[in-house]
Design a protein around this ligand. Structure first.
Ligand code: PGA
Length: 274
């Protein structure tokens, strides 16, 4: 039995559950998925937990119109963006364009962007600045590979990624961020990190934010866990003191499984308030 979120009311960090759809769902499928989610998600749940969905770029306008038109309490997110607002960058989408569509969150530096598309720590840092320039909230992803974990290099890897990404941000900006701890070996594998390992990493990341930006930034920054999150493991991950939310891939594609995860998070926070 998982206990209530220890100290949740004390820290006052709102939980954030984000669905990263990756390259899944065309705009028609997106419409159905979000409408279905809207029917399931209760106002009381949305009052306790922030929820975002991150569809492919081609779906954003459709999902924006649906969310706004029907008043569905889900925030719109993107999966990536360029560092510039406009220019000769064939195939790219700018943070300004996302802001104009009502996007609120942008995933920055997902391991698939780093690994498959050559996104470096420098580009991650520049993208964070670009996203913040438009008053959007970045969800900055960090995480170690299986080899790095096996070699005892998890903390060194996380620290290098985090310091590389956050250089140049003010303490206020640091405090407004969302970080996502996503161990690469847990993504899409069905093998989530244990709550203890996820907490160790999240606590470590919060400590680094404190070193860079001070105690207030460390207290405010929200840290998600991501990697094979399901309705079964959501509550035990969320019960950890430094884990404030979840970044969900596969289980976010269907409204039923995504809503089950949201419900597990709500239960965690509701029992704390009781
Ligand atoms: P997963 O993906 O939940 O399918 O493991 C998580 C992610 O890549 O953000």
């Amino acid at each position: 039995m998982v206990s209530a979120k220890q100290g949740a009311s004390r820290t006052a960090r709102r939980p954030l559950v984000s669905g990263n759809w990756k390259m899944h769902h065309d705009h028609i499928e997106a419409l159905h998925a979000v409408r279905d989610l809207g029917l399931r998600l209760k106002r009381e749940e949305a009052a306790l937990v922030d929820v975002s969905v991150h569809p492919p770029f081609t779906d954003l306008r459709t999902v924006q119109v649906l969310l706004e038109g029907e008043g569905i309490p889900v925030m719109l997110g993107a999966q990536h963006c360029h560092t510039e607002d406009a220019g000769a960058f064939t195939g790219e989408v700018s943070p300004r364009m996302l802001a104009r569509l009502g996007v609120r969150f942008v995933i920055v530096g997902h391991s698939e962007r780093r690994r498959l598309f050559g996104m470096t720590d420098e580009v991650v840092a520049a993208t964070l600045v670009a996203v913040l320039r438009h008053q959007l909230t970045p969800i900055c992803c960090v995480g170690e590979s299986a080899e790095e974990r096996d070699a005892g290099r998890t903390e060194a890897r996380l620290e290098a990624q985090l310091r590389g990404a956050l250089a140049g941000l003010s303490p206020e900006q640091l405090g407004s961020l969302v970080l996502a701890y996503e161990p690469i070996w847990a993504i899409g594998t069905g093998r989530a990190a244990t709550p203890v390992d996820a907490q160790d990493a999240a606590g470590f990341l919060r400590g680094i934010v404190g070193e860079i930006g001070g105690a207030e930034a460390a207290r405010s920054v929200r840290i998600q866990y991501g990697g094979s999150v399901t309705a079964e493991n959501a509550a035990e991950l969320l019960a950890e003191p430094d884990i404030d939310g979840l970044l969900v891939g596969g289980a976010s594609l269907q409204a039923a499984s995504f809503h089950d995860i949201i419900r597990a998070v709500v239960a965690c926070y509701r029992s704390d308030a009781a």
